[in-house]
Design a protein around this ligand. Structure first.
Ligand code: DGP
Length: 112
C-alpha cells in the first residue's frame, strides 16, 4: 500500500519541497528535530533498507549525493547528520525509504 510519502511525490498532499529530480524528492520534515531537517526519498517505492535490491544501487547513491548537495545549499558548513531508520528497532515509522538530513545544531552520540 502506498505510504504518505507516495502521496507527497504525487502531490496529493502538500510538502515544502526543496529538491526534485527523476530519482529523488527532498522536502522538509513536518516535525523537525533540528533547525534543518529534510527528508530525501527515492521516488521508487522502496519500503526500507531491508528491501533494497541490486537495481536500487544508483537510486540510493543518488539520494546520498542529493543529501550532500542540499547540506551545502542549506549552509551546513559545520557538519550535519544523515540518518536512515530501518524497521521497528530502528525507529522507522513511514514505510518508504528515507534519509533524514539533520543540521543546524550540535548532535549528540550515541542516538537514543
Ligand atoms: P521515520 O521515523 O524514520 O519513519 O521518520 C518519518 C519522518 O517523516 C518523521 O520525522 C516525520 C515525517 N513525516 C511524517 N509524515 C509527514 C508528512 O506528511 N509530511 C512531512 N513533511 N513529513 C512527514
Amino acid at each position: 500500500m502506498p505510504s504518505i510519502f507516495t502521496k507527497i511525490i504525487d502531490r496529493e498532499i502538500p510538502a515544502d519541497v526543496v529538491f526534485e529530480d527523476d530519482t529523488c524528492l527532498a522536502f522538509r520534515d513536518i516535525t523537525p528535530k533540528a533547525p534543518t531537517h529534510i527528508l530525501i526519498i527515492p521516488k521508487r517505492e522502496i519500503m526500507s533498507l531491508d528491501d533494497l535490491s541490486d537495481e536500487d544501487e544508483q537510486t540510493v547513491g543518488r539520494c546520498v549525493m542529493v543529501a550532500s548537495k542540499i547540506a551545502a545549499s542549506e549552509g551546513l558548513t559545520d557538519g550535519y547528520r544523515l540518518v536512515v531508520n530501518c524497521g521497528s528497532d530502528g525507529g522507522q515509522e513511514v514505510p518508504h525509504l528515507h534519509f533524514h538530513l539533520l543540521g543546524g545544531r550540535k548532535m549528540t552520540w550515541p542516538p537514543g
